[in-house]
Design a protein around this ligand. Structure first.
Ligand SMILES: C[S@@+](CC[C@H](N)C(=O)[O-])C[C@H]1O[C@@H](n2cnc3c(N)ncnc32)[C@H](O)[C@@H]1O
Length: 421
């Protein structure tokens, strides 16, 4: 990543980063989850942040670093401890973006883009096919350190200026996000979780792209919204705030642990209009099907490759293969078809992914529309207004289309589809 941690890490911290990388390479949790469980929670927030940032940078740059070190390419496994030690030593010594070096110049042509941008071959090929001459800029941005972004919880505070002033009092400087109306970008490494604002549920950590995804849903006042893939509730909570706790929000997901986290977060955030239902394998329960038939909006924040948010989960690029990609495409198409079968006339289906890949985004929506003539696209400008929509829409002004290299937030896609009356 081109933005290495600013502070110099001591030998103990480098050893911790190495152990975190080794654990992840060995199939264990990502550094942000591993470190607290290893006593890292006792470290000052800034040190912990720097250790995780270095471990993440190493995991993201893994393929490029191996090439730089003259190690065999990824198809040849190495013992995780050995690999982690070599990669961390190399990354910590470099301190700045690695120059194009000899080893990279000698990489076989068909793998050079993938190695240079430290991607698996299938993902490198998909980005090149979708973005052409801009693929390098997109791939480079996926190796940057991600911004720290908050969403002001309007159920707890009047708006982002009030929250910004409160955080500043606690020594944490922020600036407003460019596109999302309630977002704040955090400057520096201040410990957000030690603030009274955090304990009070005054904000959620949420990337600007994800905030815009919830905004796109634009529920009518007192409306009924089905959040079908609610997960831990990032968008559910944003929707509860948009609805000002009025109306009805049904949040569903097949993962009971995520729904439990959603309920806990909803309590802290003061979101009182949310119900949760666990989705079993197979057909939806009657309660969910009935709700879908009368909902004003159905949000499908679909399971996806997460290719747009790789800065936050750099290890994910090595854990996802072509078969996973194909399975995700099938799940997305099945979810869209299922929702289409329940949508009432005039209601909207909002489809979002944190993927940059056309196959998960426009292609899914085009296939849905081809199979369902009763559905029509709603252009972004119709929902957000032309001036707001223009900088965040695709070239045709139809879809929400966010890129890390252009917008600074995660890569993200959003489409709005309406059932004709
Ligand atoms: C992108 S994540 C959701 C993130 C969440 N909406 C948020 O904003 O925090 C996708 C979610 O889809 C869920 N999921 C996977 N298969 C599903 C299915 N068949 N139906 C509904 N949800 C599904 C996953 O458990 C996961 O929580």
């Amino acid at each position: 990543m081109s933005a290495p941690p600013d502070r110099t890490l001591g030998p103990g911290e480098l050893a911790l980063a190495t152990a975190a990388v080794a654990a992840c390479l060995g199939g264990g949790p990502a550094p942000r989850d591993w470190l607290p469980a290893q006593g890292g929670a006792r470290l000052p927030g800034a040190v912990r942040g720097a250790v995780v940032a270095l471990a993440n940078r190493v995991l993201g740059e893994r393929r490029r670093l191996r090439c730089r070190l003259g190690l065999p390419d990824l198809a040849t496994p190495l013992p995780p401890d050995r690999e982690a030690a070599a990669l961390v030593r190399c990354a910590a010594a470099a301190r700045r973006e690695f120059p194009a070096d000899q080893a990279l110049a000698q990489a076989p042509d068909e793998h050079r883009f993938a190695i240079e941008h430290s991607l698996p071959d299938w993902l490198a090929a998909a980005l090149q096919a979708d973005f052409g001459h801009e693929a390098a800029a997109v791939a480079a941005a996926l190796l940057e350190a991600p911004p720290r972004t908050l969403r002001t919880n309007r159920l707890r505070r009047s708006g982002r200026s009030a929250l910004a002033a409160e955080l500043l009092q606690a020594g944490i400087a922020t600036e407003p996000t460019r596109f999302a109306p309630d977002g704040l970008l955090v400057a520096g490494e201040g410990d957000l979780f030690a603030t009274a604002a955090y304990r009070d549920g005054a904000f959620e950590q949420q990337d600007e792209a994800s905030q815009l995804g919830a905004w796109l849903t634009a529920p009518p006042p007192r409306g009924a919204v089905l959040d079908l893939c609610a997960g831990r509730g990032g968008k559910t909570l944003a929707l509860a705030a948009l609805l000002q706790n009025r109306g009805e929000l049904l949040a569903t997901d097949p993962d009971p642990r995520r729904l439990e986290q959603l309920r806990r977060r909803a309590r802290v955030a003061g979101a009182t209009n949310v119900r949760t239902v666990l989705l079993p394998d197979g057909a939806w329960p009657d309660l969910v099907a009935d709700f879908a038939r009368r909902a004003d909006r159905v949000l499908v924040d679909a399971p996806c490759t997460g290719s747009g948010s790789l800065r936050r989960r750099p290890e994910a690029r090595w854990r996802l293969g072509l078969e996973d990609f194909a399975a995700l495409l099938r799940t997305q198409a099945a979810l869209l078809a299922e929702v289409a079968g329940h949508l009432r006339p005039g209601a909207r289906l909002v489809y979002t992914t944190c993927s940059l890949l056309r196959a998960e985004n426009q292609d899914q929506i085009n296939a849905l529309l081809a199979n369902h003539p009763e559905l029509e696209l709603v252009r972004l400008a119709e929902v957000l207004g032309g001036a707001v929509a223009a900088p965040i829409a695709d070239a045709t002004g139809t879809f929400l289309s966010l890129r890390p290299d252009r917008h600074g937030c995660d890569g993200f896609f959003g489409a709005i589809v309406r059932r004709r009356r």
